[in-house]
Design a protein around this ligand. Structure first.
Ligand SMILES: [Fe+2]
Length: 403
């Protein structure tokens, strides 16, 4: 193991980073007082050696017995991509019937979000949608009814492991709702890059660009937040350097470790805000069930070119930090387009099954999405619909904010 890839960090939460650290899962449970953990994971992971090894790690080393015993551990593995209320309800029923006292959210963004929301809802009496991230609705929650969470990410993108919210789909309205509470932040994150080496190249690419978009939109969002800006710039530098390496060789542990860190940095930075890419990606994901990271990866240049006049100073800084051969907005855009091509990301949303039949609804819902308020140029439903149409059709530069 490379000692340089190992670290214990204390912001934005406790993070145990480094290869092989999943072996410390039992110690993490003891640290936060979990004796009956429910592992919440997705359909793709349940039954894999990764989950079996996690259960073995919970049993601990019988010879050492250096930590308090785990009374009972179980796995709820029915989370799907773009998790919905029905997944949360099924997880809650597993949590209650097993009399669990904490959640190990294990997997990609969907499993992490679902696990966090199950833990949050475990002791609440009001319905889930009462806790949407609107105004001070989070104060409706009973803090004593929020179970502790240990997060174990297996993709490097969403950053949900260091987030205080979970995105849950309302299947009746086709809307993704952000459920927020400050105590939804996982108590401990185990950031073990060995858990990400099996990720297919396409998922590595899509989730990695999602992390990049988190950093980019946070950096470009208006507002005074130098802490977030600094984290975002370094996150982009790491992704520029290591995402192509992680895609070229999935077993490159250094690249995987740096990408895992960059993903957490993206979600740390976007406490400042996001922007038009996420505002459009959310309703597109709700209506077309597209992969979130891939949707963002396709959308990024269309929203960038729309914002061009408001972000040219910032993209110049980014181009210098990334040490791109061509500086300024054009140099940065050229790099984004080349990276997408190198990683096999399609150029238009049409290529991932999205059409414009309900473009009006997409525009309207994008305008209502909380991410829209972070866009550097104010956007309304009509402008977002135009950007969406351009992205479906692959007509880059078709929508000019100055028009
Ligand atoms: Fe995202």
């Amino acid at each position: 193991m490379s000692a340089s890839l190992r670290g214990n960090w204390n912001y934005p939460t406790t993070i145990w980073a480094g290869p092989g650290r999943i072996a410390e899962l039992r110690a993490a449970c003891e640290r936060v007082g979990i004796r009956r953990p429910l592992i919440v994971t997705d359909e793709g992971l349940v039954g894999t050696p990764m989950i079996k090894n996690a259960l073995a790690a919970l049993e601990g080393n019988a010879a050492l017995r250096d930590t308090a015993p785990i009374e009972f551990a179980a796995v709820f593995g029915a989370v799907r991509g773009n998790p919905a209320l029905s997944h949360v309800e099924a997880g809650l029923s597993a949590y209650r019937s097993g009399r669990h006292d904490g959640v190990i959210a294990f997997g990609g963004g969907s499993a992490l979000d679902a696990g966090k929301v199950v833990a949050f809802m475990s002791g609440q009496s009001r319905p889930l949608w009462d806790f949407e991230d609107i105004g001070d609705w989070w104060t409706r929650a009973d803090p004593a009814g929020i179970a502790p969470v240990i997060a174990v990410p297996t993709t490097a993108g969403t950053g949900s492991e260091v987030g205080r919210a979970g995105v849950i789909l309302n299947e009746e309205t086709h809307q993704k709702k952000i459920i927020f509470h400050p105590q939804m932040m996982p108590r401990i994150v185990i950031a073990d890059p060995e858990l990400t080496v099996g990720l297919p190249r396409a998922v590595t690419a899509a989730t990695g660009i999602d992390a990049f978009v988190h950093c980019f939109e946070a950096y470009c969002a208006p507002g005074f937040h130098p802490l977030a800006d600094g984290v975002a710039l370094e996150g982009m530098r790491l992704i520029h350097r290591y995402l192509p390496r992680a895609c070229a060789n999935g077993k490159d542990i250094e690249a995987r470790a740096q990408m895992l860190a960059a993903a957490s940095m993206g979600a740390t930075a976007f406490q400042k805000g996001l922007g038009g890419v996420h505002a459009i990606a959310h309703p597109v994901g709700s209506w077309f069930n597209t992969h979130h990271g891939l949707t963002n990866a396709v959308l990024l240049p269309y929203v960038m070119t729309f914002n061009r006049h408001a972000i040219s100073d910032k993209t110049d800084v980014i181009a210098r930090v990334l040490d791109l051969p061509e500086r300024g907005f054009d140099g940065f855009l050229a790099w984004v387009l080349a990276l997408r091509t190198e990683l096999g990301i399609p150029h238009s949303l049409a290529e991932i099954g999205v059409h414009t039949d309900n473009a009006e609804i997409i525009g309207r819902e994008a305008a209502l999405d909380p991410s829209a308020s972070g866009n550097p140029i104010p956007v309304d439903a009509a402008r977002l619909q135009s950007i969406f149409r351009a992205a479906v059709n692959g007509t880059l530069g078709a929508v000019d904010s100055a028009a």
